[in-house]
Ligand binder design. Structure first.
Ligand code: ADE
Ligand code: ZN
Length: 346
């Protein structure tokens, strides 16, 4: 099991150690950081009714059968976000927590269609988020990037429309991604949208192989030109694909607690993260929707220690991978990699 006790090779891999590891977070949906406390406060402030009378009731409802059952609650929950200030407070609260867990760099997804679809202007959401990113960079000393995700269940035409809406803000958005209900909404449907996004200089990532088959990971690479795969855990069913991902050093943004809570695996002990790492894949560890899945990035690290026996060298590898796989420029990557090296002692 992981090195929980201090040993000849260094300090115990305890919670303080895990939080102290300098790391990048590459897979977090800002709307998935909406804690029930803030959800209820915002509902009150904005005069909206929620199906939950208390924080405990909300948490009690977070028992998911699969991705879709989570998404149904996730879209309902975020309906309390109406004003720029709401998006600002949400984003700042996440970044404060992340900074307290050793996150030096955060690449954050947002789902504009989940807001514009209920009458909240694109501008309201993005300016609230952007102002918090700027404030956090100044105050907390971390760096950030913003990634616009298309909701795949709404189809390619809606995605193209959203891309057009994003263009006036393109200086604030590093890339595009693809999320929401995976099965039945294959990456190949979004080929043109991603081509158009690339023409405007956006980098490309995509959720694939979370619930969907390995073939969707192939499509994300071949049809979308994704440079990073979000989740990607089902690649393990296809050795040829594993070889391709390994040889191409394609980063996978793995979210262990999410996968267990959405029943992609029956328990953390069944999660393939350790096998993925041992097979040479570029695994990074992330939180996805921490308010819904029981923890932020440090809790995901702890789950890997407790459930899969991750030790110091595994955590060193995932921390290094997180910066290598990031959209930081090369000199910032090097600076952060030095920080990781001095944390682990080299
Ligand atoms: N949107 C928010 N979380 C998601 C996940 N885990 N998969 C797909 N879409 C999402
Ligand atoms: Zn996700």
């Amino acid at each position: 099991m992981g090195d929980r006790e201090p040993g000849p090779f260094g300090p115990a891999v305890d919670e303080t150690f895990l939080r102290g590891i300098p790391k990048a977070e590459l897979h977090v949906h800002i709307e998935g950081t909406l804690e029930p406390e803030m959800m209820l406060d915002l509902a009150r402030r904005n005069g909206l009714a929620l199906p939950y009378a208390s924080v405990e009731e909300a948490r009690g409802a977070y028992d998911f059968a699969d991705l879709q059952s989570f998404l149904d609650l996730y879209y309902k929950g975020m309906s309390v976000l109406l004003e720029k200030q709401d998006f600002y407070e949400l984003t700042l609260a996440y970044l404060e927590k992340a900074a307290g867990q050793g996150v030096r760099h955060a690449e954050i997804f947002f789902d504009p269609q989940a807001h514009t679809g209920r009458g909240v202007p694109f501008e309201t959401a993005i300016t609230g988020i952007r102002e918090a990113l700027v404030e956090a960079e100044r105050r907390l000393g971390l760096s950030t990037r913003l990634i616009l995700c298309f909701l795949r269940h709404l189809g390619a035409e809606e995605a193209m429309h959203t891309l057009q809406e994003a263009l006036p803000y393109k200086g604030w958005i590093v890339g595009v991604g693809l999320d929401s209900s995976e099965i039945g909404n294959p990456p190949e449907d979004f080929k043109e949208v991603f081509e158009e996004a690339a023409r405007h200089g956006f980098l490309k990532v995509a959720h694939a192989g979370e619930e969907g088959p390995p073939e969707y990971i192939r499509q994300a690479l071949d049809d979308l030109g994704a440079v990073r795969i979000d989740h990607g855990v089902r690649c393990m069913e296809d050795p040829t694909l594993v070889e391709r991902l390994r040889d191409g050093r394609v980063p996978l943004t793995v979210c262990p607690l999410s996968n267990v809570r959405l029943r992609c695996f029956t328990s953390i002990r069944e999660h393939p993260a350790k096998r993925m790492l041992d097979q040479g894949l570029c695994v990074t560890v992330n939180c996805d929707d921490p308010a819904y899945f029981g923890g932020y990035v440090a809790e995901n690290y702890a789950a890997l220690r407790d459930g899969l026996g991750f030790g110091r060298e595994d955590f060193r590898a995932v921390a290094e991978n997180s910066f290598r796989a990031s959209f930081l420029d090369e000199s910032d990557k090097e600076r952060r990699l030095h920080e990781v090296a001095s944390f682990f002692g080299r």
